[in-house]
Design a protein around this ligand. Sequence first.
Ligand SMILES: *Cc1c(COP(=O)(O)O)cnc(C)c1O
Length: 419
Amino acid sequence: MKDETKCLHSGYTPQNGGPGVMPIYQSTTFRFNSTQEIAEVFDDPTKAHIYSRFTNPTVDCVEKKIAELENGIAAMCTTSGQAASLISILNIASSGDRILSSSAIYGGTVNLFAITLKKFGITVDFIDSDDDENKIQSAIKPNTKAIFGETLANPSLKVLDIEKFAKIAHSNNIPLIVDNTFPTPILCKPIDFGADIVIHSTTKYMDGHALQVGGVIVDSGKFDFTNGKFPDFTKPDESYHGTIYTKDYPNCPYIIKARAQLMRDFGCYPSGMSGFLLNIGLETLALRMERYCQNGLKLAEYFNNHPKIKSINYPALKNDKYYNLAQKYLPKGTSGVMSITMNGTRQETMNFMDKLKLASNEVHVADIRTCVLHPASATHRQLTDEQLVACGINPSMVRVSAGLENIDDIIQDFEQALT
Ligand SMILES: *Cc1c(COP(=O)(O)O)cnc(C)c1O
């Protein structure tokens, strides 16, 4: 099936006389006829649902749909994008290990990697994703367990050269983890370019309606965890009655371990209702992404020619530094998200934003409604103007997320505010 069809039909197949719409299994637990049957499900957790701290039939349908859209083999939903990032790393790295990450990633992930993981004993080394192969290679140490990057970085909108990173990761026998939140599988499927694990904040375009926070981890099933670098996958798991993930689940040891071990212990699993709401967003994802890209490009072209806008980052524009990479990895478009820098002071930028009527000023992005955010006074508020410039954020920069309103109304709102 093609993406539009998968969005509607993957994951759930109505049975004869059964509900046409995926039902909501809002139940903490599942009942069995015998103690023996429960024992068997504990032996092989892929056999049935046990307890909604780590499996649920409604969420299971959504996981299957997302795995199919990403050309992966299996997926696991989480209660936030942050939880997906955390588990994707903890499933591979323990205290004493390192991760190599692109520095062009979401601010929340920077905090998680640079501060919180450090307290767990995991060191994250950051590199510029534009560096050449040799420079990136030289940052990999013997205890580096994975490479991490974002396809289309939030908020810098740098495009990741996925094939370059996959090649480096694989020549070091470590997996490449890609956060594919902004493109969604509709605009880019990182697994097709060599990524091993794909994660998302489903809070953004996948949910699409700003209804709920969520995340997902997708396993390509392609990485060889028996290569000697990952003993947690090849030795018996004492916490799961001696399961050897690569032997007992050779097709997708990564996602089974993430669920059987980490989700069981952390319990950040969405409810049946959450799965149902996410699925409503996914049903129209392909259609919505097309329009976000159309509206995004028209709005970007408007800003690109406006005398009050000093610069714009939107990789679908021909004059963007990442245009060529975007043509390769995101040929259908680069979503509705862009960042603009005003010809004006921090205060003038804030005045302009306060004049917007249609576009919402809010801490959100990749939403059905057009929204804006001033990083300097919100997400990066603790930094001085000098520090902001040092980390690539201009005090006059605005992150703009084009929604699904009519593009004429969107442009008119920015026009009146700029005037
Ligand atoms: C928002 C976001 C996250 C974090 O997701 P939450 O659902 O807010 O926890 C991670 N990565 C990217 C690229 C994001 O935009």
